[in-house]
Design a protein around this ligand. Structure first.
Ligand code: ADP
Ligand code: G6P
Length: 484
């Protein structure tokens, strides 16, 4: 299908590094489209499905010429091309070897190269142009995440009529860490091109406002920032606000009623040898997720004899991610070595102690996994939100199951009834796992009921409404209210 570019442009344009679908070239040269990885796409895709004629500007994966604009599930997709060296320097380099580790508390050392910055600027400019071209006069342009922090100001240069929003899906670091970033002031000025800046946790919003105050010296009043005008231009106000992202809770919950998925969940348990307990981890294979800490705890519990591998099995789903970035290669090697050792030391013949899956699954299989899991371990060392935690809760209308949740995941602010852990404390992690395994039905129900209330009441639609309402309420009162 060809995208019909409406004369007047799109009222709502989402700009994100990735499109919701990723193109893959098959061995025979044909192209196949698969859902892109990660929480940003999970969340925004469900939002955009409910919008009439919304546009999404993003990279389709791959290098060289971009596919032509096309329509998928009612969304108008506008692919932005990246050259091979741009994938290396803008995406793998500045985005994922500089910004990602810096914004996640320097769990690994951020690297910085000036050539990466050059490409980051150039690619941001390209995304900004593409968005400016397709937005309706006075339309909303909603920019997402750390790969595109210069885009808000770049759009404003050519499209001052647009309402510009930016949402940061990952943490915003304390100013002491953020200050390490060369080009930090350019990044702040890029972001401040937006009318509204959204963050996951209150702490992220406060960190951002503090960085603006300390590094740029701008006046801030609570979460309102005054950006001084250049020359004779008037000053502008920018709002920094907290909007914890969520999932399409009802549709996840509804999937659990599908008899085919229920059967898959039963089959899964049988395939594992009908253990009394299944413990599940689901993550992109990323060093921020605390997978090593989790494996260490599990390995020690088996070695201590606190867990019998015939009674309890761990399933670790690890989605391949950023595989050409050094830290990710190393992590994969370490995780696979550790899993191999633990299985070698403890697995009964014919059955794993840890079932390790390094690939993607579809929504239905993911739901079956959540339904089969007695315990889900979210042990992130730092995470913007962590949608896996919310998906697990939404998948348990039976109000059974235990969520072990790191206090360093954004979700910990809302999911108060989870079993909270500091994943750095391996002893605490081990005792929390044992406690989760020992919890009776009533205790599970009490916690899960409260978690479900939170997740079902605060879904991604409500999140998007809250953000867009804020964006509509600032400045330019003459523009009529648009709703999704
Ligand atoms: P991140 O955005 O850092 O990847 P989140 O937990 O917020 O972390 O979101 C991850 C999303 O990816 C969730 O929607 C989860 O269901 C999905 N996901 C994770 N692993 C897989 C997998 N192996 N196959 C399919 N989906 C996955
Ligand atoms: C996280 C980030 C997203 C990113 C996703 C997958 O969710 O917040 O911006 O798209 O991870 O990572 P990738 O590098 O594959 O896009």
């Amino acid at each position: 299908e060809d995208a019909q570019r409406p004369e007047a442009g799109h009222e709502l344009v989402v700009v994100a590094n990735r499109l919701p679908v990723d193109s893959r070239t098959l061995p025979d040269g044909a192209t196949e489209w698969v859902t892109s990885p990660g929480g940003l796409v999970t969340a925004m895709e469900s939002v955009m499905r409910t919008v009439d004629s919304g546009a999404w500007v993003g990279w389709a994966g791959g290098t060289g010429e971009a596919p032509s604009p096309f329509v998928a599930d009612g969304m108008h997709l506008y692919p932005v091309p990246l050259a091979g060296h741009e994938v290396e320097r803008y995406y793998e380099g500045f985005s994922n070897a500089t910004l990602w580790p810096l914004y996640h508390d320097v769990i690994v050392d951020p690297e910085f190269h000036r050539t990466w910055w050059d490409d980051y600027q150039r690619v941001n400019r390209r995304f900004a142009r593409a968005a400016a071209e397709v937005a309706a006069p006075g339309g909303i342009v909603w920019v997402h995440d750390y790969q595109l922090q210069l885009v808000p100001a770049m759009i404003r240069e050519t499209r001052p009529d647009a309402r510009i929003g930016f949402f940061n899906h990952i943490p915003f670091p304390p100013v002491e860490l953020f200050s390490q970033l060369p080009k930090r002031n350019q990044i702040l000025r890029g972001l401040l091109g937006a009318d509204v800046l959204g963050f996951q946790r209150e702490g992220d919003t406060l960190n951002f406002v503090a960085a603006v105050r300390k590094l740029l010296g701008y006046h801030t009043d609570g979460q309102t920032i005054t950006v001084p005008g250049l020359g004779t231009a008037p000053s502008r106000e920018v709002q920094a606000r907290t909007f914890p992202i969520s999932i399409d809770s009802q549709s996840v919950s509804d999937l659990t009623e599908d008899p085919d998925i229920q059967e898959r969940a039963r089959q899964l348990r049988a395939d594992m040898g009908d253990p009394a307990k299944i413990v599940l981890g689901v993550d992109r294979l990323d060093y921020t997720k605390g997978i090593r800490h989790r494996l260490k705890a599990w390995g020690e519990l088996l070695a201590d004899g606190a867990i019998d591998p015939r009674d309890a099995v761990m399933i670790q789903v690890a989605t391949p991610s950023r595989e050409r970035v050094d830290a990710y290669r190393q992590l994969r090697d370490e995780v696979e070595l550790t899993v191999g050792r633990i299985n070698g030391d403890h697995a009964p013949i014919g059955r794993p102690a840890i079932s390790y899956q390094h690939r993607s699954f579809d929504r239905r299989d993911m739901t079956a996994l959540y339904m089969a899991a007695d315990v889900v371990l979210v042990t992130a060392l730092r995470d913007g939100m962590n949608l896996v935690a919310k998906e697990y809760v939404a998948s348990r209308p039976d109000e059974q199951g235990v969520l072990v949740l790191s206090e360093f995941a954004g979700a910990a602010d809302e999911l108060r009834a989870a079993l909270r852990v500091n994943p750095h404390d391996i002893d605490e992690l081990k005792s929390s796992i044992l406690r989760a395994l020992a919890m009776g039905e009533d205790e599970q129900r009490e916690a899960m009921t409260s978690l479900r209330r939170q997740v079902m009441d605060h879904d991604v639609q409500a999140w998007a409404h809250a953000f867009l309402d804020e964006l509509e309420s600032v400045g330019r009162d003459e523009i009529t209210t648009r709703r999704i």
